[in-house]
Write a protein that binds this ligand. Sequence first.
Ligand code: SAH
Ligand code: SF4
Length: 352
Amino acid sequence: MKLIYDFDLPALTELFQSWDEPAYRAKQTWEGLYRHFWNAPEEFTSLSKPLREKLAANLQFAPLSPISQMASSDKQTIKTLFRLHDGQVIETVLMRYGTRNTQNATRSRNTLCISTQAGCAMGCVFCATGQMGFKRHLSSGEIVAQALHYARLLHEQNERVTNIVLMGMGEPFHNYDNTMAAIDRLNDESGFNFGARRFTLSTVGLVPFIRRFADETRQVNLAVSLHAADDETRGAMMPVNKRYPIAEVIEACKYYVHKTGRRITFEWALIHGVNDTPETARKLAVLLKGILCHVNAIPLNPTTGYEGKATDRQRAQIFKETLEQAGVPCTIRMRRGIDIAAGCGQLAGSTS
Ligand code: SAH
Ligand code: SF4
């Protein structure tokens, strides 16, 4: 049975027309899904009962079954483990920033980190998702449904999702078409109306797709996982570097900035003794010279399959200062949700 979230509005309209239902019924259904966050046929009270029954008989509504939900000790990070219809599991993480009372609701930030694949084929050694291997691509509807799950939850508290990062399980550019379809569906003004600029997509550095993404017109932010300034080091951490070495990644990033005028983010997991020396910072600055960019450094989060240790605060600070002295802006990202394995690179669909 087809998943209702896999349809965009024109496709839904076409389906309704094939049932001899007028286009405005499709629009009402669309609004039910993306404005009211209804997720069961019986909730669509704007439709007639026979039509609701037809929807129930022909379309799947609940692609994600929440198996467990965990909150970090400070309650600011929530991770949900979902089971998909075929038994695969994925994780989605909500990070809340700032105050949460009603008066200040508009000032709080709710960033959602969503998955694009079950597992990942890229095999980065320091990443729990890479360590588990590739299971399958998510459909666009399965990606969309993660956002709607949390939109519904926040809506009950008079809040909303403010940012979406495609940095959960999987490599978004390995599942390019479904990922873009999901972004476009959530971006649709007549539905969820989530601004393109409030999405950030992170890629391991699949060069042809960085170029394709640059050629398309979306205003989605792009982050590229670099993690090393020489091919030997990067190749040892990220198998993809053998296919797309650093020079090619940087060329593609320059093309992206030139084409879009947008600032690009480079991600850097700081690993003690591997990629965190001042020499490395200077090498990185040379590599990034002249590119409208900034570096997002994050001390490595622990995973069972990798022995590397996180850079301590002091060394991280020196790395940042060295980069900045060489003209490259750098922020050190706060570690979030480590106690529930919800941090970057820790998502592996484990139920424990
Ligand atoms: N596949 C994409 C997006 C998902 S990973 C990518 O690799 O870019 C999101 C970010 O977390 C990436 O920058 C990734 O390199 C980083 N990451 C992976 N494992 C990590 C770990 N153990 N500690 C810190 N960051 C990690
Ligand atoms: Fe995949 Fe990204 Fe993890 Fe690498 S870091 S294995 S690309 S999810």
